[in-house]
Design a protein around this ligand. Structure first.
Ligand code: GLU
Length: 300
């Protein structure tokens, strides 16, 4: 039996907010309750969306919350060689192709359930004359991916219908999240991925890449994602309030309630050490609600 290795992989697009704290605490308590390690990876690959200092602010807030990680923080911005090597392996097997389509050219494509555009396959059999390669896409063919999520149960996705041939190397020269996350989860020896259900749709694409690259597939557990009253995922775009690192216990107690745990009301005013004593002693993953999203206001 592999030793449990979990991780938290924030994107430094803004300070840590309630939604990301849910993923941090859920993955942390799952790892610790299995006697496992909890690693931290900064997903600072999408430079245009990043905010200066957000990575450091996130790390300081995690520390202030008592969320101690094992080993050194891995920064995706320093791992381009590994992503390039993985892409080269796929290319060498004819599993990818260059795509010369602009965003405008695929703007009228069918929408995937997550709102992304499904690529119609224009460049799949070669670039039309006059087109220059902009991005690299992986062929999905008629692959159907099935996996059992520890909370959400059996998930089944037809990749062509849900995502189409997806991008591994973007037109702006950056490696795509789907490729980087697969390379890094394998490199860090992650056995268990615990994260928000907003990423459930991405998991079949990641499992597909793991299979193409001959990498192990970790176990997955997708927690409910926190949404605001309008049903939008809490994020920088929806102006989610940052977690207050000077007084983190109320937010941590809220996370516990959000994840179906039953902290006593006085925990709200406990010290950080008392909070974690309670959390370690009482964490029960079977109580986590099996919903893909939960309005934050209703759970408080
Ligand atoms: N960096 C991603 C995010 O913050 C999470 C990736 C993952 O957990 O796989 O949404």
């Amino acid at each position: 039996m592999n030793q449990y290795r979990g991780r938290f992989a924030p994107s430094p697009t803004g300070p840590l907010h309630f939604g990301s704290l849910v993923a941090a605490v859920g993955s942390f308590l799952e790892a610790r309750s299995h006697g496992g390690q909890w690693l931290l990876r900064m997903e600072d690959l999408d430079t245009p969306r990043e905010q200066p200092d957000a990575a450091d602010t996130i790390l300081r807030t995690l520390e202030a919350c008592g969320l101690r990680w094992d080993g050194k923080v891995v920064y995706q911005s320093q791992r381009s060689d590994a992503y390039g090597a993985a892409l080269a392996r796929l290319q060498a097997h004819g599993l990818t192709y260059p795509c010369g389509c602009s965003r405008r050219e695929i703007a009228d494509s069918i929408l995937a359930p997550d709102g992304a555009l499904i690529y119609p396959g224009t460049c799949r059999n070669g670039l039309a004359t006059g087109k220059t390669p902009r991005a690299a896409r992986v062929r999905v063919g008629d692959t159907v991916i099935k996996f059992d999520d520890a909370l959400q149960g059996r998930i089944c996705q037809d990749l062509a219908a849900a995502a189409g041939d997806f991008v591994l190397l973007r037109a702006d020269g950056l490696y795509a999240y789907q490729l980087a996350v697969v390379v890094d989860d394998a490199e860090q020896g992650i056995t268990d991925v615990v994260r928000g259900a907003d990423l459930l749709d991405s998991t079949p694409r990641q499992i597909y890449l793991q299979r193409l690259l001959g990498l192990p597939t970790p176990r997955y557990l997708h927690l409910p994602a926190a949404v605001n009253a309008a049903g939008e995922k809490l994020s920088k775009q929806t102006r989610a309030a940052p977690v207050d690192g000077r007084d983190p216990v109320p937010a941590l107690a809220q996370v516990m309630r959000f994840l179906g745990q039953t902290p006593p009301p006085q925990l709200q005013r406990a010290t950080l050490a008392e909070f974690w004593d309670w959390a370690y002693a009482n964490w029960n993953s079977e109580r986590i609600p099996q919903r893909h999203s939960l309005p934050l206001t209703c759970s408080l």
